[in-house]
Structure formats: structure tokens, C-alpha cells
Design a protein around this ligand. Structure first.
Ligand SMILES: Nc1ncnc2c1ncn2[C@@H]1O[C@H](COP(=O)(O)OP(=O)(O)O)[C@@H](O)[C@H]1O
Ligand SMILES: [Mg+2]
Length: 259
């Protein structure tokens, strides 16, 4: 193939947004000269490589947009340590079907048992299956909504948090809400209801949510929408962080659970 033809092919590839192939054309041609694939196999390999590159890029971008606080995957999660978790349910949730059906997930449990890890792992799986995801702590979410309300931008902020197919709200209940904040939270939940999936991690059982939101009626209205189509994961047992410290001999058996 002449240099001119090759340059033209690269130009076509770029115009067609097949950037990976445009960059790798030289190498692909050299490899084909060696292994002499059929025309069809050659085309098949090229398209597969471009598709895989596009997929990797889409996932990397989705993960960036999601703003996960740390890198965690479901594969890193030690299900043997947390025998209380229904692993089958976690695997089912990882397919992302609950998101397509605008269902919710509530993960309950004390500190350190892996709630955030599971939330990030499920969020990552959701990105991989093609859903838009946003991760936020409950405190940051309420802070942002309250600020936008003060600035007259509440509608825009509510839209921002309503758009992702999966919204992950971490650490609900660690700090109680003021009444106004609870109302903002209700507005968001009402907006997302039956439109997108919401995953919440919390250290408070639903019976405590009246206290969390400072208002029993509002808490009931929030729970009504969240629980209507929902899955529940109860994580029990001891803190993974503390277990590791115990193993390292840093703590005695009588040490109390961390706050
Ligand atoms: N079953 C587990 N397998 C692997 N790592 C775990 C497990 N449970 C917790 N961890 C790790 O322990 C730390 C605390 O877990 P985290 O998810 O932050 O707990 P929580 O959100 O429930 O307070 C994290 O580094 C997390 O990755
Ligand atoms: Mg956590």
C-alpha cells in the first residue's frame, strides 16, 4: 500500500472517529502481513479492537463523572468475611437491572462493615453496564441543595441530581438533617421516584429515620417512595477495619467498636 493511500485511510479513520485504529494502523498492517488473516478476519479484528478501545474509554469517563471517593470493586469484596450479605442479591444488583427499572437499594449496617465499598462496587458495575452514575455523601448532597436554594438555583441542582440513572447517597443518618434540609431531600427523592435508581447507605434503621429527618411525617413520605420498589441489604458483623487492626495485634479483644 502506498504511503499516500495509508495517509488517506488514516484520515478516513479519524473522520469516522475510529481513533484507536487510526493510531494503530501501522502496527495492525505489520501484524496482518505476518499472520495473513482472511479479509474478513482482518476486518473483524480491527473492528473488535476499536470497539474494545471505545468501551474502555466510555467506562473510564463514566467512572470519572461518577466521582467515586476511592477505587473499590465487587471483586475485591470479601464475601466470606461478611457472611450476613446475600451475595446472590449483590450479583443480581451488579447486572444493573434495578437501575433500568428505576428501583432502589438500601444498604444498612454499622460503621466499617463495607457499605461504602459495596456502594462503589455496584456503582462501578453500573458504569460498566452503560448507566450514568453519580456518587455523593448525604452531607455533601444536602449542602449543595441548601446552597443552591439560597442562590435561587434549586431547580437546576435538583435536575443535576435527578439526571444520573443511578444516584448513590452515602452515609445517610450520620448527621441528623435540619427540617429544611429534610424537605430538600424529600423533593429530590420525589423527583427520582420511578425515574432512576437510588442507592443509599445508612447506619440507621428505618425506624430511626424520623429522628434523622427531624420529622416523622416527612420521613414516612421519603421512605414510602424509596421503599416502594427496593432491595435491602443488611450488613452485620464487626468492622473490617478493626478486624485488620486486631489481626495486626494493635487492638485487644475488648476494644470497642470505632465510631
Ligand atoms: N468484606 C470486605 N472485603 C474487603 N474489604 C472490606 C470488606 N468490608 C470492608 N472492607 C474495607 O474496609 C474499609 C471500610 O469499609 P467501608 O465500606 O468504608 O465501611 P462502611 O461504609 O460500612 O463504614 C474499606 O477500606 C473497605 O474496602
Ligand atoms: Mg461508609
Amino acid at each position: 500500500m502506498s504511503v499516500v493511500t495509508q495517509a488517506r485511510v488514516v484520515e478516513h479513520l479519524q473522520r469516522l472517529r475510529l481513533g484507536y485504529l487510526a493510531e494503530r494502523l501501522d502496527a495492525a498492517l505489520a501484524e496482518a502481513a505476518r499472520s495473513e488473516p482472511t479479509y474478513l478476519d482482518f476486518l473483524d479484528q480491527l473492528l473488535q479492537q476499536e470497539t474494545a478501545a471505545k468501551q474502555r474509554k466510555r467506562i473510564a469517563m463514566g467512572i470519572q463523572i461518577a466521582h467515586f471517593p476511592t477505587v473499590k470493586t465487587l471483586d475485591d469484596f470479601d464475601f466470606k468475611f461478611q457472611a450476613s450479605i446475600d451475595q446472590r442479591l449483590v450479583r443480581e444488583l451488579a447486572t444493573g437491572r434495578f437501575i433500568s427499572q428505576a428501583e432502589n437499594v438500601l444498604i444498612f449496617g454499622p460503621p466499617g462493615v463495607g457499605k461504602t465499598h459495596l456502594a462503589i462496587g455496584l456503582g462501578r458495575a453500573a458504569v460498566e453496564s452503560g448507566h450514568s452514575v453519580l456518587f455523593t455523601s448525604a452531607t455533601a448532597l444536602i449542602g449543595a441543595l441548601a446552597k443552591s436554594e439560597t442562590e435561587g438555583q434549586l431547580a437546576e441542582r435538583l435536575t443535576f441530581y435527578s439526571k444520573p440513572k443511578l444516584l448513590i447517597i452515602d452515609e445517610l443518618g450520620y448527621l441528623p438533617f435540619e427540617r429544611r434540609s429534610a424537605h430538600l431531600f424529600f423533593q429530590l427523592v420525589a423527583r427520582r421516584y420511578e425515574r432512576g435508581g437510588t442507592l443509599i447507605t445508612t447506619n440507621q434503621l428505618v425506624t430511626q429515620w424520623g429522628t434523622v429527618f427531624g420529622d416523622e411525617v416527612l420521613a414516612a413520605a421519603i421512605l414510602d417512595r424509596l421503599l416502594h420498589h427496593s432491595y435491602t441489604l443488611m450488613v452485620q458483623g464487626e468492622s473490617y477495619r478493626l478486624r485488620q487492626k486486631k489481626k495486626a495485634g494493635l487492638l485487644g479483644q475488648s476494644s470497642r467498636r470505632e465510631a
